[in-house]
Design a protein around this ligand. Structure first.
Ligand SMILES: Nc1ncnc2c1ncn2[C@@H]1O[C@H](COP(=O)(O)OP(=O)(O)OP(=O)(O)O)[C@@H](O)[C@H]1O
Ligand SMILES: [Mg+2]
Length: 234
């Protein structure tokens, strides 16, 4: 039987004494695209941070390739293929676009290999070439999001967690980012996208989950598309 890339069982996690995630179970296979939809404060970011090792589970298990990740540091999990793109993108505004890209592999010291990987990503995202020497602060929101994803791809992740990637994006930019997520999944990466509101993009997900007050349930696309929030446009 094929093993899930990521398997979460009965996860409880939160901050201090307060639990945010309540008994979450979730499995994801390589090459799949999943959406986690939920309102403000539902626990989407906390879930991603738990998967990336930035929040310690209080109970339950998180496995990557069947291996318990709970005692692993975020840097180890990154090296094993988990890349997290935070909702505010966290680019280095004072650095050039190219240097932001190179920052995606801060542990690797093989400069020629890093540059070659950056060149491959520049082929994939042509705007990176056009503005490679510009400061990242001059990019549009859509370009900033694409750069944040490209930076995460520098480490060649197997699991990519995109937190609220459509925030402040124009519709065409959001479609581009959603299309990229689907393309990466079809190339074999497992992609999870967290967002507050369903958009047409959410309906493309092979899997959609609703997260509310820390509880996760699987949803059919038709339910996801009627998730409250910004009305779904066609
Ligand atoms: N560092 C923290 N310390 C304490 N509580 C936190 C911390 N970060 C988040 N919380 C709380 O955890 C709960 C879940 O927050 P979280 O950011 O995971 O939700 P979210 O679904 O990502 O929300 P949003 O849509 O606003 O991004 C909220 O009640 C929030 O106030
Ligand atoms: Mg969040």
């Amino acid at each position: 039987m094929r093993m899930p890339l990521l398997q979460i069982e009965s996860l409880v996690a939160g901050y201090g004494k307060s639990d945010v995630l309540d008994d979450i179970s979730f499995a994801l296979f390589a090459g799949s695209l999943a959406y986690v939809l939920g309102p403000h404060g539902a626990g989407k970011t906390t879930l991603f941070m738990a998967i990336a090792g930035l929040v310690r589970p209080k109970r339950g298990v998180i496995r990557l390739d069947g291996e318990d990740t709970r005692r692993k540091r975020p840097t180890e999990l990154l090296a094993r293929g988990i890349a997290y793109v935070p909702h505010n993108r966290l680019l280095f505004s004072s650095l050039s676009v190219r240097d932001n890209l190179l920052a995606g592999v801060w542990r690797d010291t093989d400069r020629p290999r890093i540059e070659a990987q950056a060149d491959r990503l520049v082929q994939r995202f042509p705007f990176l070439k056009a503005c490679g020497h510009q400061s990242a602060s001059r990019l549009t929101n859509g370009e900033r999001q694409l750069l944040a994803i490209a930076r995460a791809l520098m480490s060649e992740p197997r699991l990519l967690l995109l937190d609220d990637p459509f925030d402040a994006l124009a519709p065409a930019e959001a479609e581009q980012v959603a299309g990229l997520g689907a393309e990466l999944a079809s190339d074999g990466t497992a992609v999870v996208i967290a967002q507050r509101n369903a958009t047409p993009a959410a309906c493309l997900g092979e899997q959609a989950y609703l997260l509310d007050q820390g509880r996760l349930c699987r949803s059919e696309a038709s339910v996801a598309s009627s998730w409250p929030g910004v009305p779904v446009s066609s």
